[in-house]
Each structure stands twice: as structure tokens, then as C-alpha cells.
Write a protein that binds this ligand. Structure first.
Ligand code: FAD
Length: 509
């Protein structure tokens, strides 16, 4: 069973810390903490008066520069490039650690009165720079806001505080309630429930269980002025636009999520997996499309191109499609029967057990996109996930890989299809470059620009689940078109002083 296996096999990341942020691998190589800020300009310095008010309101204040650098460090390649060159991302800030909703409200009231920016910070596992305090001010660390609140067994709804880490959450719902949420991002143990919601994340089994926005029943949110609102709280509604969905994915720019109520599923005791190889990535995509449009929704439907099939499964001459499902036996058998019939038309049967076992063993590894490549000081690897229509995906795959490969210094672009829908799917690209150390930032932006030019040309979606942060900010206005003015207006209405996480989602810093 995939959900049970995930907890049983645990988390195989060497430096993983339970219940607190885990430092990214590059932190181990950081020698000096000085240097100019890489992403801060005109950072707001918190005054002694505000510091005193904060000290009286929160559990702990962190003010030493070295601690602020370590306590704001994220997993973004952009931060890595800056910090390994001696320029920490955002050294000017104070970190306020809180453990209650009342403390969050108190911090927002202090910040509102003094006009100080506030950036929410949780697991810091984001890969877009979204939790970096680019305007300085207060970093609101919510990791100690991590308690279980309640379980409604009849409705299968659990309530937890937003700072609970994912592994602790899932283990609790499995062991205490015999349930699962079915949300398995590869970062599940280094990220928090609130971070999942704030970033609109997706887990590896999303084709059965949905993305995080499908899993939230309701939540409590502290707004910029310190007021507390509750959004959602319904199975379905016709009471105007959905405020819950407005907050989900807002990356800390519209409010601070304090408590989340989430929909659970019964823990499955049946599961199976099959695997096929295809001659081309386009053939594999077509099989995925057929499976989804014929009504099957296997938990995992993952198609790897030649390069990734070679790296992951030692099958470089194949485009490997892994299909795994779990749940009631009647449903799983029907889903896999449809999948098998579709795949047999153009694909070649592979060793199901070997492929499935390899995937279970490696799916939480960090740096998968870098595997198989020599890591010199100028080596940079990153991933780019986007969503497109089935109609466009074969061309998007070819064109994005070609665009990345055409950037001087690129070693290789590749992709897999990771999350599928009736109308389209997410392609998850990996990009790796090796250039002179001081050319890493230029290569990195050139590769992202090249890939995003293709995505924008096809009117596809910039991100499927990693979010926007700083990384995708330059492409947001073009991507949303006239709709971007609406996003700006919503921000101005909810946060007129631009206190909450300024500079993210392409909004003003
Ligand atoms: C190795 C690796 C694999 C990954 N795999 C996946 C994956 O499979 N699927 C996926 O979706 N993502 C993945 N990610 C990205 C990352 O784990 C997610 O974006 C995650 O949801 C971030 O959660 P966090 O708790 O670490 O939040 P942080 O990084 O601390 O914050 C992220 C953003 O959310 C905001 N935020 C955090 N908590 C709150 C809150 N309580 N209220 C308001 N705003 C808040 C922050 O201000 C920031 O803008 C991966 C990252 C890594 C490093």
C-alpha cells in the first residue's frame, strides 16, 4: 500500500530534523555569513520600541544576524547561488516565534501600528524564495503552532494548527484514527500543513486524492490588521465566491493561516501497481490522457522521459509509465484494468514489482534531478513544474527541453508527467547547468526565461504546485494578463499597507 508504505519506509533524507525546519544541503558548505544581502533592498529595521513590544507578545525573538540567516534559509536554488557566493539572501530581520493564534494577532497589531512588514515562515522547504523577508521587518515563525485540535470521526475531518509538520501529521492520522490524508509531497516531512495550503501544493498521489486545495474543509486566518476570519467550513456552497480558495495559494501575502480543518480518507488495505514502457514521451502522454478520459484515476500516474527513465530505473531506452493505486479492491482493480488495456495498445509491459519498488525507495530523495551528473562548484540543478492542456503537452515537452538545452552551460533538460487530470497534466522539468561559479545566476535566469517563454506562448500555467515566490514573480503579470490587476486590488483591499510578505506573487515589494 502506498500510503502505509510511505510512513513505514520513513524518510531517507540524511540531515532531516523531526518537527522543525531542515537546513538544505548547501548550508553545510557555507563558511562565512557576512556579505551584502542578495535579495534585500531598503530592508526595514525593527526599532527598539517595536522589539520590546514583540518580546512581550511572543515566545522567542531571534535577532543575531547569523541566526537570522540560518533561520530564514530556504531550499530555493536562487538562495543557494547567492549564499554560496557569500551573499546571504535576507540577513536583515527579526524572527518572532509564536505558538498561539492570539500571539499571531498580537504580532500583526504591533506590525500594523508600526508599519513593519511581516513574512510568515514555516518549514522553509519552499523552492521559490517565497518565505524570504525581502523588505526585512518581522519573520513570523509558526512552527511551534503545531498542536492537534480535534477529530470529527463521522465527517472524517481533522483539525490541526498550521505549523504541524507533515510526517507528524500523517503518522498521527494513520495511527490514532486509521485514516490518511493522501497528501504526499516529496517534501512531506520537511514542510508543514500551513505551508502546503499557502503554496497550493500537490502530493504524489494527487490523481486519486486531489491537490491540497481539494483537501481543506475550512481554516482560520489572521488578516493584516490582526482580525481573525474563518473561511470554508462546508462540503459545498453557493454563497458567493469561495474565500477559502482565495487564501489557498496566497503564499502569506493575504493572511496568516493559523488552524486548518482537513478532509481525510480511510486508510486503504489494498493496492497494486503496473508499469509499461513507451517508445516516445508523446506516446506515453497519450496513454495517460486515455486513462484519465476513460474515467480511471489511479493514485500515481507517472511518466518519465528517456533521460529520467535511465536515471530512475536504468531503462534509458524507454519512457517508463508507473501506475499505482490504492483503496477499495473493486475500485483499484477496475482502475488498473482500464489502465492496462490502454497501455497494452502502444506500450510494452515492464516488471511491475521492480519499477514500483524502485520508485517507493527513491521518491523522497532530495536532489533527484542532479543524480547522475558530476557536481562541480558551478553546478546548478532546479525543477520547474507547470500545467498544460493534453492538446499542447507533447509540444510543450519538446519545446521546453529544447529551450533549456539551448542555453549555453546547460547539461541537460528532462521531464516527467507527475499529476494528471481529465483536461491536462503537470509536466515536471529538471534543469541542470554547469558554468563558472560567478555565472550561475545568469545561467539560472536564462534557463528559467527560456522555459517560461514556451509556457507563456502556449497559455499554459506557470506552476502546478511549487508556487510563485520570487522565482516566478517576473512572469506573473504576463501570465495572468488583465486579471493581474484583480490580484493587485485584492491585495490592496486586504492588506492596504502591504505588510504581509511584500514582493511575492509578482506583487509590489
Ligand atoms: C526536496 C523537495 C521536494 C519538494 N516536493 C514537493 C512536492 O512534491 N509537492 C509540493 O507541493 N511541494 C514540494 N516542495 C516544495 C515545498 O515543500 C512546498 O512548497 C511546501 O508546501 C512548503 O511548506 P513549508 O512549511 O516548508 O513552508 P515555507 O517554505 O516556510 O513557506 C512557503 C510559503 O508559504 C507561506 N506560509 C507558510 N506557512 C504559512 C501560514 N501558516 N500562513 C500563511 N502563509 C504561510 C510562507 O510565507 C511562504 O510564502 C518540495 C521542496 C523540496 C525542498
Amino acid at each position: 500500500m502506498i500510503s502505509k508504505e510511505a510512513v513505514k519506509r520513513g524518510y531517507n533524507r540524511g540531515n532531516y530534523v523531526v518537527g522543525a525546519p531542515t537546513q538544505p544541503g548547501y548550508a553545510a558548505g557555507i563558511e562565512k555569513v557576512g556579505g551584502e544581502a542578495y535579495f534585500q533592498k531598503d530592508a526595514v529595521v525593527v526599532s527598539a520600541d517595536v522589539l520590546a513590544q514583540l518580546a512581550a507578545a511572543v515566545d522567542e525573538l531571534v535577532t543575531e544576524t547569523a541566526d537570522v540567516i540560518a533561520g530564514t534559509r530556504d531550499w530555493w536554488a536562487g538562495s543557494m547561488i547567492g549564499e554560496t557566493a557569500g551573499t546571504p539572501a535576507t540577513p536583515t530581520a527579526v524572527i518572532a516565534k509564536v505558538s498561539t493564534t492570539e500571539q499571531v494577532q498580537a504580532v500583526m497589531r504591533i506590525a500594523d501600528a508600526a508599519n513593519v512588514p511581516v513574512t510568515v515562515s514555516a518549514g522553509r522547504s519552499n523552492v521559490t524564495g517565497s518565505a524570504l523577508p525581502v523588505r526585512g521587518g518581522i519573520v513570523l515563525d509558526v512552527c511551534e503552532m503545531n498542536k492537534f485540535v480535534s477529530f470529527d470521526e463521522a465527517s472524517q475531518i481533522v483539525e490541526v494548527e498550521a505549523g504541524m509538520f507533515g510526517d507528524i501529521f500523517e503518522e498521527m492520522v494513520q495511527k490514532d484514527f486509521g485514516m490518511t490524508m493522501g497528501h504526499w509531497p516529496s517534501s512531506y516531512a520537511i514542510s508543514t500543513v500551513g505551508g502546503w495550503v499557502a503554496c497550493r501544493g500537490a502530493g504524489q498521489l494527487s490523481t486519486r486524492y486531489g491537490k491540497i486545495e481539494d483537501m481543506v474543509y475550512g481554516m482560520d486566518v489572521v488578516l493584516a490588521d490582526g482580525s481573525l476570519i474563518t473561511v470554508g467550513e462546508t462540503s459545498a456552497a453557493a454563497v458567493g465566491p469561495d474565500l477559502l480558495q482565495l487564501i489557498i495559494g496566497s503564499e502569506g501575502t493575504l493572511g496568516v493561516i493559523t488552524t486548518v480543518r482537513l478532509k481525510l480518507h480511510r486508510l486503504p488495505d489494498y493496492g497494486r501497481a503496473i508499469a509499461y514502457g513507451f517508445a516516445s514521451f508523446a506516446d506515453g502522454l497519450e496513454a495517460c490522457r486515455q486513462i484519465m478520459q476513460q474515467g480511471a484515476n489511479p493514485a500515481a500516474l507517472r511518466l518519465y522521459d528517456n533521460l529520467e527513465s535511465g536515471l530512475q530505473f536504468d531503462l534509458a531506452d524507454q519512457n517508463v509509465l508507473l501506475i499505482a493505486d490504492e483503496g477499495a479492491q473493486e475500485i483499484v482493480d477496475a482502475v488498473l484494468a482500464i489502465s492496462e488495456r490502454v497501455c497494452a495498445e502502444t506500450g510494452a509491459k515492464l516488471d511491475d514489482a521492480v519499477i514500483f519498488e524502485r520508485w517507493l525507495d527513491t521518491r523522497y530523495l532530495t536532489g533527484k534531478s542532479a543524480e547522475g551528473f558530476k557536481r562541480s562548484p558551478g553546478f546548478v540543478a532546479d525543477t520547474l513544474e507547470m500545467t498544460g492542456r493534453w492538446r499542447d503537452l507533447p509540444a510543450i515537452y519538446d519545446e521546453v527541453v529544447a529551450a533549456i538545452n539551448a542555453v549555453p552551460g546547460t547539461l541537460a533538460g528532462s521531464a516527467h508527467q507527475s499529476h494528471a487530470y481529465v483536461d491536462g497534466a503537470c509536466l515536471y522539468f529538471s534543469l541542470r547547468g554547469d558554468v563558472a561559479v560567478d555565472e550561475r545566476a545568469a545561467w539560472y535566469r536564462a534557463a528559467w526565461d527560456a522555459a517560461n517563454a514556451v509556457i507563456l506562448k502556449h497559455n499554459a500555467t506557470l506552476s502546478h504546485h511549487h508556487g510563485v515566490g520570487l522565482l516566478r514573480a517576473p512572469y506573473m503579470e504576463e501570465s495572468l494578463g488583465a486579471g493581474f490587476a484583480v490580484l493587485r486590488a485584492v491585495k490592496a483591499a486586504l492588506d492596504p499597507k502591504n505588510l504581509l510578505n511584500p514582493g511575492k506573487l509578482g506583487l509590489e515589494a
